[in-house]
Design a protein around this ligand. Structure first.
Ligand code: ADP
Length: 353
């Protein structure tokens, strides 16, 4: 339940019971006729659903929509094409991103952003929907702060490491992909009485690891948000063995150093003579058919992004909480921290005795 209050300042206040806080939207006065949409940073399943929802909502409202190719690189090099309702057909079920994505570090330079902003103004592109992660949102915030281009962000990253939303686009698909892999690994682990360390993606976030660990019935989960001493990991494996569990699965997040599962395996061998096999799931978690959850998240967020821009809101990120759309200022989405997945890690440990 939300209540809106119009105040004399250029702020639209909105009380959001789910977030239990006031969200004060920053507003713009631009008349939006042409809208740009791009995907930036790492790709994530569900991005196509968001592109489709942005495009079709905007077209329904009488806007013209341009899809920018390869993120901010395309904005700088004027690589864009007009999107139609028909060009959005048959993409909702596809992984990856139809618009392609890129990492374009030149966009960290103010003079490069100025060229991109001028390109938009030259073509009459009045606003931008940016689908990406925290880095992409820094770029979008700068376009608003420096050039007053109205912007709205949609969190698209498998890592679920963005403040202001319970789920990011792609997270649910990545979790399900990793869970299916763990189910298969468990078969062979059990046949050979083996210990497996399965490394999942997530950069500095342990959200994929925590969800997959619990859903896959892992013995232990190691996440960057909570330091787990080596002795505790060894004790868990040995205790399990003593209870007659001859195979074990440990799930670890990649953390800052992808491949660290090999270091852990080496330490287990040296310290406790435990022979652990390593599986690094890697990029398969970024691809594949998006789950219904990610498709619907993309549809809801894409629709809400266009509605927000058309009601005069800017510089915000669309999120979701308890099934409802919520909004967060862009700079908060990348300066504040997402809650750590500690309760799921603890539950996995409780249930794996
Ligand atoms: P993600 O958006 O998935 O976090 P990155 O951190 O690689 O991925 O950021 C994606 C892109 O966003 C970068 O390649 C760059 O074009 C832009 N970007 C990242 N950080 C900034 C920044 N501080 N200022 C402006 N643009 C940025």
């Amino acid at each position: 339940m939300r209540a809106f209050f119009l105040l004399p300042s250029p702020m639209l206040f909105c009380f959001d019971e789910k977030m239990d806080s006031f969200f004060k939207a920053t507003t713009h006065s631009a008349k939006i006729k042409q809208l740009a949409v791009l995907t930036s940073g790492g790709d994530a399943p569900g991005m196509n659903s968001a592109i489709r929802a942005v495009t079709r909502t905007a077209l329904q409202k009488g806007l013209t929509v341009f899809g920018v190719q390869s993120g901010y690189h395309g904005l700088y090099h004027k690589k864009w094409t007009q999107l139609t309702a028909r060009s959005m057909a048959n993409i909702i079920q596809r992984g990856g991103t139809l618009l392609k994505t890129a990492r374009f570090t030149d966009f960290l330079k103010a003079e490069v952003r100025a060229v991109a902003a001028n390109n938009m103004k030259d073509l009459g592109l009045d606003a931008l929907v940016c689908i990406g992660g925290d880095g992409s949102f820094r770029g979008a915030h700068a376009l608003w702060a420096e050039h007053q281009i109205p912007v709205v962000g949609i969190p698209g990253t498998i890592d679920n490491d963005i403040y202001g939303t319970e789920k990011t686009l792609g997270f649910d698909t990545a979790v399900n992909t990793a869970m299916e892999a763990i189910d298969k690994i468990r078969d062979t682990a059990e046949s050979h009485d083996r210990v497996f360390i399965v490394e999942v993606m997530g950069r500095n976030s342990g959200h994929i690891a925590a969800q997959v660990g619990l859903a896959g019935g892992a013995e232990d989960v190691i996440v960057p948000e909570d330091f787990t001493p080596l002795d505790q990991i060894i004790k868990k494996i040995l205790d399990s063995k003593n209870k007659g569990k001859l195979s074990s699965i440990l799930v670890t997040a990649e953390g800052q150093k992808p491949g660290r599962a090999y270091d852990l395996a080496e330490q287990l061998r040296k310290r406790a003579n435990i022979d652990a096999k390593v599986v690094i799931l890697g990029h398969i978690q970024r691809g594949g058919t998006p789950t219904a959850t990610d498709r619907n998240l993309g549809s809801m967020m894409g629709n809400a992004a266009v509605e927000a821009l058309l009601t005069g809101e800017t510089d915000l990120m669309i999120g979701v909480r308890a099934g409802h759309i919520v909004k967060t200022h862009l700079h908060e989405s990348y300066t504040l921290k997402q809650e750590p997945p500690t309760p799921l890690v603890q539950l996995t440990r409780t249930l794996s005795f």
